[in-house]
Ligand binder design. Structure first.
Ligand SMILES: Nc1ncnc2c1ncn2[C@@H]1O[C@H](COP(=O)(O)OP(=O)(O)OP(=O)(O)O)[C@@H](O)[C@H]1O
Length: 300
């Protein structure tokens, strides 16, 4: 049995479908990412998983339970990152951690969690006095303090500085190593590529692609990106005729194209044939960023 099952999920607002037949399944111990442009329906989807929104149609199960009908049971196995408005301004960090730990049957020890999230010095600080990054780290701690089987993280590291972001990634990897299943909504490609086992790319309320990060990169138009500044203009027709060319762009005299190894070899041959030098030639693997743009453009 999958830990999270979403099947043909639909949700409309004012007659407009914002989630339009989304299906996916998350397996035990997996970090599953949901990636998509603003307004794609990501938060609506995960809020249906958390039981915070009632689907119009479709089926959602968390450890076999219905998040609406079995809300209390689901709340005991699922940890979710809160939205800012959901915590009292006067609550201190320690009070919040103790309160949330008390909701769960076998909570984690919140002290090491607070330590790892850099909150140990802030235990007596009231929520309203925390910085944006400290609030964010507290929300991560609160999502994990119940020792949940499943954790839903929406915008995990938004607002965190680079060091806190890396520390948080390590924490999430450790949490997963303990067998916890993670559903992660993110806008950061680096985060998705580093953390996620599989990613669903959502666009316009539908799944545009679902695969491993490497699989998404491979299936997007080009797996290799070549960029260079030619010493003399190249014929546009020659460039467009390159084998397995996926994309071609010019900017400030620099040419960037994507394709495969065959494309790279053909570019080098083309340059040699015309005695053109390629300044600052770079050949790199395509990133999830490139794949995301391809996949979401293709779907819109
Ligand atoms: N309660 C609501 N009433 C009306 N429209 C809503 C409501 N909640 C969300 N929407 C709309 O549904 C669409 C999808 O919203 P959702 O928050 O799920 O997107 P998202 O993919 O999480 O976006 P973002 O990346 O910007 O957070 C948006 O156009 C949003 O304006």
């Amino acid at each position: 049995m999958s830990v999270i099952e979403v099947s043909e999920l639909r949700k409309s607002y004012g007659g407009r479908a914002v989630v339009d037949g989304v299906s996916f399944a998350v397996e035990e111990g997996e970090i599953f990412g949901i990636l998509g442009p603003n307004g794609a329906g990501k938060t609506t989807t995960v809020e249906c998983v958390e039981g915070l929104r009632v689907p119009d149609a479709g089926r959602v199960r968390v450890t076999g339970l219905d998040p609406i009908a079995d809300h209390e049971k689901v709340a005991r196995v699922l940890g979710a990152q809160l939205q800012e408005s959901e915590l009292q301004a006067k609550l201190t960090v320690r009070e919040a951690l103790e309160l949330y730990a008390s909701f769960y049957p076998s909570p984690a020890d919140w002290r090491p969690l607070a330590e790892r999230l850099g909150l140990a010095e802030k235990l007596t600080t009231r929520f309203a006095k925390l910085s944006g990054g400290q609030k964010q780290r507290l929300f991560i701690a609160l999502a994990l303090v119940g020792n949940p089987r499943v954790v839903v993280l929406d915008e995990l590291t938004t607002g965190l500085d680079p060091r806190a972001r890396r520390d948080t990634w390590q924490l999430i990897e450790d949490v997963r190593a303990g067998g916890v299943t993670v559903l992660l909504v993110t806008h950061f490609m680096e985060e998705a590529q580093r953390l996620c086992d599989r990613i669903a790319v959502i666009d316009g309320g539908r799944i545009a692609a679902l695969d491993t990060p490497d699989g998404l990169i491979r299936r997007s138009a080009g797996s290799t990106v070549i960029s260079f500044t030619p010493s003399a203009p190249l014929d546009e027709g020659d460039l467009n005729a390159l084998p397995e060319l996926a994309s071609l762009a010019h900017k400030d005299g620099r040419i960037t194209l994507s394709g495969t190894d065959a494309t790279v070899n053909a570019v080098i041959t083309l340059l040699a044939r015309h005695h053109i030098t390629a300044h600052q030639l770079r050949v790199t693997d395509a990133t999830l960023d490139d794949a995301f743009l391809d996949l979401t453009e293709a779907a819109s």
